[in-house]
Design a protein around this ligand. Structure first.
Ligand SMILES: Cc1ncc(COP(=O)(O)O)c(C=O)c1O
Length: 473
């Protein structure tokens, strides 16, 4: 029998073709429709019930990719992708991914990937420095912010000293664990509570002020109330740059409360954390010295292809205590003395060499270029907000923050806003923009009002793309 890949000839030809294909795709990304026109099931039904018995050539597969798969792609790399938080597969990031796949390193322990482990340590040290985060924190890359928040809350539970790691939480007479976050926090806090056995009803949603920031006095009250009822407050999740509006919870005031009650403070800066590569935006970190853990997603706004989310913690010992196996299995016994075996700091044993793409992005573009792209994007968001403010038929629904603008269409009858008509017109506007397939925006609801969410974050975006949104208005 031949080896799986007998020679590298076909690979070389197809590889060159695919790099050319990717370069043309990125060069011409403007000519694609952002949103696909397919209906559910359209893509799946084109494929046979079973894969090829005898294999197919790369040329045939590339032809299928173009004719069958591309029509169902939502183009996150498109410069007019303004929905959610756009994720850019920058050229440097794509090349990093290519090498990651080629090496196929698996970094469960140092020995299985010395470069993987050490480049992760180095790039995360660089990143912390460039974001202006406190020195000396332990960093780890996981796939998503949701998973990192889950890991942070497992560590928070470990820090309670209830021995749940060993005995579990069932069949014991334990107090109810409670987690606190703003009513505008990302759903990942609730999902973590579900997976942890804390239960989503024990994620207490704290009221926010009129700028969508958690109210510390409401937090203090909720914690006191829970202590009085014999519950066990465990952690606070503060959001620095929330999903709907980019609002920053008052981390310092929240941190003081966390410190007073000895609660774990996790700061979710999944989106806005990347912006602090610009020194003038570092007020985001006011009070960050109180944080036990922080999450930042270079795959949201640092031009790194998904997936790459970073968690920092100053309590690596607790994270390790939460996740290291009870006993090292015989098949993992090590003879080296490396400090970091990353599998001890999270759920996954197998770990991809993700740091390569972050290294490529940081080094290829350089900090100044990354800063200037982020600054441009923020200035366009400010310009869009300015246009909205200038118009009677539009209303900003939240103070403009970072590269995010949230607004709605308003309909006035005799000078008074008609809520039902405004809702309808706002929905029409969202549908009109998205049905055009030329741009993609998402929506949110604030104080019961439907809002259009425009998030600028794609490395290919220019002001003219944002201007097209203004055209729709
Ligand atoms: C503030 C915030 N936290 C967490 C997340 C979840 O990110 P991920 O998709 O990496 O889990 C998001 C996603 O938009 C977010 O905006």
């Amino acid at each position: 029998m031949p080896k799986l890949d007998a020679t590298s000839g076909e690979f070389r030809d197809a590889g060159h073709k695919l790099i050319d294909w990717i370069a043309s795709y990125l060069d011409n990304i403007d000519s694609y429709e952002v949103l696909s026109r397919v209906h559910p099931g359209d893509i799946a039904k084109q494929f046979p019930a079973a894969p090829s018995r005898d294999g197919r050539s790369y040329d045939e597969l590339i032809a299928d990719f173009e004719s069958k798969i591309m029509p169902g792609v939502t183009h996150w790399n498109h410069p007019s992708f303004f929905a959610y938080f756009s994720i850019t597969a920058s050229q440097a990031g794509i090349l990093g991914e290519l090498l990651t796949a080629a090496l196929n390193s698996q970094g469960m322990v140092w020995k299985t990937g010395p470069s993987l482990t050490e480049l992760e340590i180095v790039t995360l040290r660089w990143l912390a420095r460039e974001l202006g985060l406190p020195d000396g924190m332990f960093g780890i890359i996981n796939d998503t912010a949701s998973v990192n928040t889950f890991h942070a809350l497992v560590a928070a539970r470990e820090a309670l000293g209830l021995d749940i790691r060993r005995q579990g939480a069932t069949g014991r007479n334990l107090a109810t664990l409670r987690v606190y976050c703003s009513k505008h926090a990302h759903v990942s806090a609730e999902k973590a509570a579900i997976a942890l056995g804390v239960g989503y009803e024990n994620v207490v949603k704290i009221a926010a002020d009129d700028q969508h920031r958690m109210r510390p006095e409401a937090l203090e009250e909720a914690i006191a109330h829970d202590f009085a009822r014999g519950m066990k407050p465990m952690a606070i999740v503060a959001t620095a740059g929330n999903t709907s509006t980019g609002a920053i919870d008052p981390v310092r005031a929240i941190g003081e409360i966390a410190a007073r009650h000895k609660l774990w403070l996790h700061v979710d800066a999944a989106y806005a954390g990347s912006a602090t590569i610009c020194p003038e935006l570092r007020d985001l970190w006011d009070g960050i010295e109180y944080a036990d853990s922080i999450v930042v997603n270079p795959h949201k706004w640092l031009f790194t292809p998904i997936d790459l989310s970073v968690m920092y913690t100053k309590r690596a010992d607790v994270l390790r205590a939460a996740f290291a196996p009870a006993e090292t299995p015989a098949y993992l016994t090590l003879s080296d003395t490396a400090d970091v075996n990353y599998m001890d700091f999270g759920l996954a044993m197998g770990r991809r060499f993700r740091a390569l793409k972050l290294w490529m992005v940081l080094e290829h573009y350089g900090i100044e270029r990354l800063r200037s792209v982020i600054r441009d994007q923020i200035s366009w968001a400010q310009r869009l907000a300015h246009e909205v403010r200038d118009r009677d038929d539009l209303e900003l629904l939240a103070p403009q923050k970072f590269s995010l603008v949230v607004f709605r269409r308003v309909v006035r009858i005799d000078g008074v806003i008609d809520e039902a008509a405004s809702e309808l017109q706002t929905q029409h506007l969202i549908d009109r923009i998205n049905d055009s397939r030329k741009a993609y925006v998402s929506s949110t609801r604030l104080g019961g009002k439907l809002g259009i969410r425009v998030a600028i974050g794609n490395g290919a975006t220019e002001w003219r793309h944002v201007e097209e949104i203004v055209g729709h208005l």
